[in-house]
Design a protein around this ligand. Structure first.
Ligand code: G
Ligand code: MN
Length: 431
């Protein structure tokens, strides 16, 4: 089986002690477990413990090893006697579940495994709460040989991580492959569309900018959900192309809007996968020049998770955007693993509070206080606080009271084609 991003991960914090990847054993085990007649499904389950290697650095190798052993024991307890499991790196595991009653039983097993992560682990006098994601593939549905099956499970794992779902079962391989081809073609032929969601200043409630969002109306498939094609792009190496397409297409549309509204701000999402790619900064600078965009009207959105992957490289990239006069927004703040230390190094202009918080602002007082604290944090660091996902007037009022400066959400305006945004702004200006 070809090594992949997932399986080739090795722990840099334990030099010389990198765990042997038991891939051969896994493939062999699977080969024996897949029934030739497909009578009873067999599942392969990949479990990835998040942030384990950071914990190694923090806890030291010996304690991290006890932690890993405890996790392994718990997972083994959650499996049936006929199931088989092996470590495949750091604190990651692969299990083979033969003879299932039905394919949906594999999902139940994944849930059981995830439940083992709910209880914190006590090691070395500390209480550690771990989190994991799981990808599942089932034979014969998602592949008939071990390599296909492992790849399908890896894709499901990558998607579970990207969508922040605990576990995902692989989707139909053929359809995903066809979708990938269609997406690649659509990108090449510039057939995706840019929609803009207005961003409001919450006090005067005027539109101060727009956020660009890619939309895909496929002639064959109809509207393809952005969650679906964006996560597909991120798993299949198309994230760079998608981001580069989006930078140009957005600035082109933005240039048309600026003819009418000169200072209008524009936010562009940089995919976490595209963000560290060499040449991205140059691509953005070229596009800004080509479309005559005043750099100060551009805000580049990066997620916390993306900048945390390699904070030093990220800081360098963000520094260059900052020097060119463009703004940085930390997107989906609060959803990933925040580190205040890194936050302080990044020249960000906006902190975008993740919509999951804003959805709960009215029903949960603790969430409301968290939003207030995040807004305060943003202000202390000289940033604006932006609330995403405002769906009601009450939520708008609440986030405004909690200190958010700007906001966006379905209650204010949905993402829409550029011409409609123009109409909306013109109407708002009463002109
Ligand atoms: O992670 P990011 O902030 O880029 O997510 C933006 C997505 O959220 C877009 O697909 C957009 O359509 C959607 N969105 C924008 N406003 C709202 C809202 O008020 N409610 C919900 N549920 N989704 C929203
Ligand atoms: Mn967001």
């Amino acid at each position: 089986m070809a090594p992949s991003a997932w399986t080739s991960a090795s722990c840099t914090c334990e030099p010389g002690r990198a765990r042997v990847l038991n891939l051969d054993a896994l493939v062999e085990r699977l080969a024996g477990a897949i029934p030739p007649d497909g009578s009873r499904p067999t599942a392969v389950v990949l479990v990835r413990t998040e942030r384990f290697h950071q914990l190694c650095g923090f806890l030291g190798y010996a304690v991290a090893e006890s932690l890993r052993q405890e996790v392994e024991q718990r997972l083994r307890r959650a499996l049936r006697p006929a199931d088989w499991m092996t470590g495949v790196g750091n604190c990651d595991f692969a299990a083979v579940l033969p003879g299932l009653m039905s394919a949906s039983h594999a999902g139940l097993a994944a849930q059981r495994l995830l439940r083992e992560y709910e209880q914190p682990v006590e090691v070395g006098g500390r209480t550690i709460k771990l989190a994991a994601h799981i990808g599942v593939a089932v034979a014969p549905q998602h592949g008939e040989d071990p390599a296909q099956l492992c790849q399908a499970a890896e894709r499901a794992l990558a998607e579970a991580r990207a969508l922040e779902q605990g576990f995902l079962v692989a989707s139909d391989g053929e359809d995903e492959a066809a979708l990938f081809e269609d997406l690649r073609e659509a990108l090449r032929d510039n057939r995706l569309a840019v929609h803009f969601q207005p961003i409001y200043e919450l006090h005067g409630r005027s539109i101060v900018g727009v956020e660009s969002l890619a939309r895909w109306q496929c002639p064959k498939r109809g509207f393809v959900s952005p969650d679906r094609f964006i996560s597909l792009a991120e798993q299949t190496g198309l994230a760079g192309e998608l981001t580069r397409w989006s930078v140009h297409a957005t600035l082109r549309e933005h240039a048309r809007l600026r003819e009418r509204i000169p200072g209008l701000g524009c936010s562009i999402n940089l995919s976490p996968k595209a963000f560290p790619q060499p040449g991205l900064v140059e691509h953005v600078l070229d596009a800004v020049k080509l479309w005559g965009t005043p750099p100060e009207t551009v805000t580049l959105k990066v997620t916390e998770t993306a900048v945390m992957e390699d904070p030093r490289v990220s800081a360098r990239i963000l520094e260059r955007f900052d020097q060119a006069g463009m703004g940085i927004a930390i997107d989906d703040f609060g959803k990933g693993y925040s580190s205040f230390a890194y936050l302080k190094q990044f020249p960000a202009r906006e902190l975008k509070i993740d919509q999951s918080f804003v959805f709960d602002v009215l029903s949960d007082p603790r969430t409301a206080r968290l939003i207030g604290s995040m807004a305060e944090l943003a202000h202390h660091l000289g940033m604006e606080a932006v609330a995403e996902g405002i769906e009601t007037e009450e939520a708008l009022e609440a986030v405004r009271r909690l200190g958010c400066d700007r906001g966006q959400g379905y209650h204010l305006a949905r993402p829409m084609p550029p011409d409609q945004v123009l109409e909306l702004i013109v109407r708002q200006e009463g002109g």
